[in-house]
Design a protein around this ligand. Structure first.
Ligand SMILES: [Fe+2]
Length: 320
């Protein structure tokens, strides 16, 4: 496979598992197209010339190829949750046969645009029964806050390192998080754990969480108690960029949600969930990210590509 084929497969896989469904993704892309068409060009360039046209076909601004080496056939990939300057220097120093690096968390222009994928959280809330106007209202400030917090970051630094080492570099964030969302939501829908304790036990049957448990980072109850009934369970804090607003929790409870599964949660949000009697199960951050990457990596490994895990990735294969 070429770098572009690997990347395109990741985006397609992410769209297939997107909580908004194909229609929701199309709506988003149509919106981007409208924005693009409204922009104008000036002789000196202008906004239209500066627009990232990949947005017209890829709904995930937090995932990009950052340094490409055209037409290269990929045989070996180094993959991790965070493969940045330190790991890139190590790979370069080892003079290995690695011809592509995939990192999960956004870097470069994808990090600077992380806030944009957060809009999908409002659509997820709407699918649970929260009116879309309320969902968008409670998310608005938080999205802007994340956008502001990313603005001073030296986001091109790892991209510069990859370019200097002359190794192709991409990051795949929301497409992989969508795979975790789909995997966990399908699992809880099928197994329907009755109590929060049973939900924790169910999560611990997943190899990535089992391994994380051994490393003292397994699934944990952040709000509620093991004997609480779960009620309706949603994997609402698994995809959509980063954690949402604490104002979301009362709305989820009003919509009939009893338990949420997340990767991580801020303390002030945890307190708000507790106050609203919402059970919060934190499956684990790096273990959940590993699960998402693994589901995708299985697809490309099938095609004969060798995967070298590093940067926190707990590699588990689900193919024989
Ligand atoms: Fe993550």
């Amino acid at each position: 496979m070429s770098i572009k084929e690997i990347y395109d497969l990741a985006i397609k896989t992410g769209i297939n598992a997107d909580p908004r469904g194909k229609a929701g993704v199309k709506r988003w892309l149509d919106g981007e197209k409208k924005k693009y068409e409204k922009l104008s060009n000036t002789p000196a360039g202008g906004d239209k010339a500066l627009f990232d046209t990949e947005r017209l076909t890829n709904p995930y601004a937090d995932s990009r190829i950052h340094f490409n080496k055209e037409k290269q056939k990929v045989k070996t990939i180094a993959v991790g949750i965070d493969v940045e300057e330190a790991e890139i220097a190590l790979i370069a120093a080892m003079n290995s046969d690695i011809d592509l690096i995939i990192t999960h968390h956004p870097v470069g222009k994808a990090l600077a645009a992380l806030d944009e994928v957060m809009h999908m959280q409002a659509e997820m809330m709407a699918s649970y029964g929260v009116p879309i106007n309320v969902a968008e209202g409670v998310m608005r400030d938080r999205i802007q806050q994340v956008g502001r917090s990313l603005s001073p970051v030296n986001h091109m630094r790892p991209v510069d390192a990859a370019r200097f080492a002359d190794i192709a570099y991409m990051n795949l964030h929301t497409p992989c998080d969508n795979l975790v969302f789909q995997f966990l939501q399908d699992l809880v829908n099928k197994k329907n754990p009755d109590t929060v304790g049973e939900l924790i036990d169910l999560l611990k049957t997943i190899p990535e969480y089992k391994e994380a448990t051994k490393n003292n980072a397994g699934p944990m109850i952040f709000a509620g108690s093991p004997e609480n009934h779960t009620g309706r369970i949603v994997a609402s804090e698994i995809t959509g960029g980063t954690s949402g607003s604490k104002e979301v929790y009362p709305e989820l409870v009003k919509a009939g949600i009893g338990t949420i599964i997340g990767m991580h949660i801020k303390d002030e949000s945890r307190d708000e969930a507790s106050k609203n009697h919402l059970n919060v199960v934190i499956a684990g951050h790096i273990s959940s990210d590993s699960l998402g990457l693994n589901l995708f990596l299985d697809e490309i490994e099938k095609k004969g590509i060798k995967i070298i895990p590093l940067g926190g990735l707990i590699r588990v294969k689900r193919t024989r």
